[in-house]
Write a protein that binds this ligand. Structure first.
Ligand SMILES: [Ca+2]
Length: 394
């Protein structure tokens, strides 16, 4: 009997100690079986995440900061001549690393600035001792406004830099191929215009976009996310588009699936539901087999990560579902790290969210079935950890 008492006491001690450890850890648990773990906390509207191949996580914060997370250390980069104007949805938005980074030590940024009017521009910096120097403007005077600034920049598999721009509230500009607003643009890494762009001497790659904030590729197939007009027209029709060189995506003449032959239909139209999709990434790693080759979509208003399965032969959506619903609040960006894990940036301090005490955050998604040792703590999690996440007003 004495040894049984001992075992019971040891078991109770194990539960108490592991609960205390769990309480002070960064874990939280999610019903779909994924866990999330904090990577960086207490940020202000992290907008874009970009990993180097050697594992440095670079990211922007909308007020105008470029930071890096490496070896468990958060580094604030000094950036020369960065005159960001954070206003409404504008500010420091996209970041991209040169495809040959760090051998080719260039970092690209998209930001809003004010010179009599609001504008957006894309610049290239040289990365040197955690400082960004030698700013070179690659594309300037992209129309800007307090809303609809686009802002995602990414290198395609062709080595060209792709840039999403919003209509900057002047919706007719989206149909004007002489305007940089409401477009997906494509330039060479030095800012020159590729000879095989669809319109001669123009960076315009596709047009008729309202406010695209996400792009990614599966092999050579390009996809984008786009905010529908839930704001001004009161109906949603957020879109996922398959992007074809030179094509017209319809805004502001049509929204969603119109079947109007002049315009490309989206492959997914959210109808009456608003997701407000932002960053997108195809998951190509092996950590989460159930997500392999699926498109991950960060949603702001939707407050979830949308998982979309695409038939790449027919270019159509097979199915889609949400994970992490209301776990993180607004989600701005999602990327796969070189370690195969999924990293997510929240956007609860963007003026439209309800930030938790440790917002904004960059978190890492922990796959299913790796948290068995935590299960014993689910009960304690429910009691204690939820209490820890007290909501505060912005
Ligand atoms: Ca459209």
């Amino acid at each position: 009997m004495r040894s049984l008492h001992k075992i019971i006491i040891i078991l109770i001690l194990v539960i108490i100690i592991s609960s205390v450890l769990f309480y002070f850890s960064n874990y939280s648990v999610n019903v779909e079986g994924y866990d999330i773990i904090n990577v960086v906390t207490n940020l202000d509207t992290p907008w874009s995440l970009a990993f180097s191949k050697n594992g440095i996580l670079f990211f922007t914060e909308r007020p105008g900061y470029v930071k890096a997370f490496y070896n468990n250390t958060l580094i604030s980069l000094k950036v020369e001549n960065l005159n960001v104007k954070e206003i409404g949805e504008g500010g420091l938005l996209g970041i991209a690393l040169d495809p040959n980074f760090p051998n080719s030590p260039y970092i690209y940024l998209y930001y809003t600035y004010e010179e009599e009017k609001l504008w957006n521009r894309v610049v290239r910096y040289k990365f040197e001792n955690w400082t960004l120097v030698d700013q070179k403007i690659l594309i300037d005077k992209i129309p800007a406004a307090t809303i609809h600034n686009g802002g995602r920049i990414k290198f395609g598999p062709d080595g060209k830099l792709y840039i999403t721009t919003g209509d900057a509230t002047q919706r007719d500009l989206a149909q004007d191929i002489n305007s940089l607003a409401g477009k997906i643009l494509r330039i060479n890494p030095d800012g020159s215009i590729p000879e095989d762009n669809p319109f001669p001497h123009s960076p315009v790659y596709s047009y008729g976009h309202r406010n695209p904030q996400g792009i990614d590729w599966f092999d050579n197939l390009m996809f984008s996310s786009e905010h529908g007009p839930s704001g001004e027209l009161g109906y949603a029709h957020d879109e996922i588009n398959f992007i074809i060189k030179g094509a017209n995506y319809g805004w502001p003449i049509v929204v969603g699936i119109s079947n109007d032959k002049r315009f490309k239909n989206p492959i997914l139209d959210t109808g009456e539901e608003t997701w407000a999709p932002s960053g997108i990434s195809f998951y190509k790693g092996n950590i989460y087999p159930e997500l392999k080759n699926k498109l991950l979509v960060a949603t702001l208003r939707g407050k979830h990560l949308r998982i979309i399965e695409i038939d790449f032969k027919e270019i159509k959506v097979i199915n889609h579902y949400a994970i992490l619903g209301n776990m993180l609040g607004r989600i701005r960006d999602v990327v796969e790290g070189p370690d195969g894990y999924i990293y997510i940036a929240t956007s609860n301090k963007d003026g439209r969210g309800i930030p938790a005490l440790d917002d904004d955050r960059i978190v890492k998604l922990i796959p299913k079935n790796t948290k068995a040792y935590l299960n014993i703590n689910l009960f304690f999690y429910a009691i204690f950890v939820r209490e820890k996440i007290k909501l505060v007003k912005n």
